[in-house]
Design a protein around this ligand. Structure first.
Ligand SMILES: Nc1ncnc2c1ncn2[C@@H]1O[C@H](COP(=O)(O)OP(=O)(O)O)[C@@H](O)[C@H]1O
Ligand SMILES: [Mg+2]
Length: 245
């Protein structure tokens, strides 16, 4: 994907959260956003997802500007091309894993119920969830729920997957399970933007890492370079804090 951000700003109640972010990324398959809590990572991801409208500035994906001025119909069309996974697995609690996948395929992507079911079953199986297809979220472990959420986000073959701290609610074993699933997506050539606090994983899976703090991307670059030789004092300080343990 090609991603370019120009003078992107967002404030909530007069407080600047994204501060005229301009960044031109090289063509990439995976971008990982890191940075301190409150720095604006989720807000940026929600704007990339078309779930939030910037106050000013532009986002272009593969050369096409996202049509924020077009309002909800334009953003809905845009969002349908994406897969979105947030930190709390936002599955429908009253539906089974299978139904969680089929419902959006039928309702948002106009697939026939039979096609949707076939796609849902194949996608769940691909994440090792075939045996859990008929369970409701309450009957699944945290790791399984998050894998269902990732399967759901991928079932319609989105051009880009956006993941916001997909492991933050999980214990270490389940974290590993979900990170393995993301690593496989990378191996398959899927394109994604990921926010994570798992630095080892970020380094492994990112083509490019962006460090976001105080509403600015203070630096970005290839993962190895950014982790080995961060260019800004803020990024050096952040990495030395999070990599200490
Ligand atoms: N909908 C909102 N309304 C008001 N303030 C918000 C909203 N979303 C985020 N913020 C504020 O914006 C800042 C950045 O938040 P966020 O983008 O969630 O950062 P991060 O994901 O890096 O922790 C925080 O101070 C947060 O409280
Ligand atoms: Mg966040």
């Amino acid at each position: 994907m090609n991603l370019s951000l120009r003078a992107l700003s967002k404030a909530f109640a007069g407080k600047t959260v994204l501060d005229a972010i301009t960044a031109e990324f090289p063509p990439l398959r995976s971008l990982v956003l890191i940075g301190p809590s409150g720095g604006g990572k989720s807000t940026l991801l929600r704007i990339l997802a078309g779930l939030e409208t910037p106050d000013s500035g532009t986002v272009a994906l593969d050369g096409e500007p996202v049509d924020f001025a077009g309002g909800e119909p334009a953003l809905l069309r845009y969002r349908r091309q994406l897969g979105i996974v947030f930190q709390a697995f936002n599955l429908f609690p009253h539906l089974t894993a299978l139904e969680n996948l089929t419902l959006p395929l039928v309702q948002a992507h106009s697939q026939s119920p039979q096609d949707a079911r076939d796609v849902a079953q194949t996608t769940l199986a691909r994440f090792g969830l075939a045996d859990h297809a008929h369970k409701k979220p309450a009957e699944l472990s945290g790791g399984q729920k998050q894998r269902v959420a990732i399967a759901r986000a991928l079932a319609h073959k989105p051009r880009l997957l956006l993941l916001d701290e997909p492991t933050s609610a999980l214990d270490p074993e389940m974290t590993a399970e979900v990170l393995d699933a993301i690593e496989e997506l990378k191996a398959e050539g899927r394109h994604f933007v990921l926010v994570t606090h798992e630095m080892g994983f970020a380094r492994e899976v990112a083509d490019e890492v962006a460090f976001l703090a105080n509403g600015k991307i203070l630096e970005h670059g290839p993962a190895d370079a950014l982790f080995a030789t961060p260019q800004t004092a803020e990024c050096r300080r952040f990495l030395s804090r999070v990599l200490r343990h």
